[in-house]
Design a protein around this ligand. Sequence first.
Ligand code: IPD
Length: 272
Amino acid sequence: MQGSANLNIMIKAARRAGRSLVKDFREVENLQATMKGPGDFVSKADLAAEAMLKEDLMGARPSYGWLAEEGGGEDGEDPTRRWIVDPLDGTTNFLHGMPHWAVSIALEHKGEIVAGVVFDAAKDEMFYAEKGKGAWMNNSQRLRVSSRAKMIEAVFATGVPFGGGANLPTVLQDLARLMPQCAGVRRWGVASLDLAYVAAGRFDGYWERGIQPWDMAAGLVIAREAGGFVMPLHEGRGIFEGRGVIACNDPLSKQFVETIRNVDTSAPKTFP
Ligand code: IPD
């Protein structure tokens, strides 16, 4: 795919931050991590990666706004555009030496995510998409959501907020409804990769309650551009506003959405 200048900036920035994280990951046992809240960690690896991303992305586009997991938000001169960044999605996996984590970068324009990059540096898988141009992996592999149409053959992913949180009872109800109908549910702890895996047809669907914009922004456009059905989890609220998302392939969408929302599928589809 012929990417825009912005997409090229994002991919280059993700590679640089990813390389730095891979170096830290090799010596992860020496990294000091601080607990920001129950189950919510930050380490020098996250902070160094975020600083690099800020340098590269804001250096290239100084007028854009900025929203990132560690540093929070800043308005830019251009109120219509902002970077939404998670330097290390899957911090807990990273700190436990599990090679499943990612750098996530999204570009928002007028409230819509128009480009996204999710880089799984440990496996060297670069997922990316731009609005209207499809979703891709590495140099030229086009991504498509799965075509699986039977719930009983489908594998889904979800996430659970830090320490369970207020959403835990609802998540358990989701699982109780969904698990008997499907082939399996995974909770791998990296929302951006869960969405990228829906795009790649590895997962048939994903949902999460209580999720932050930086965890999902890039993955949303990748899943959508791969032909995914992406919608807010909470009726009447956008994905970011309601902090909840559902993404899946088209054939399973009706049954999956009805199971998770426990309602019919006629609700409006706003994005994000
Ligand atoms: C977390 C992961 C996880 C999701 C949590 C996120 P972090 O992000 O994306 O899958 O369930 O809600 O906070 O803290 O590892 O960047």
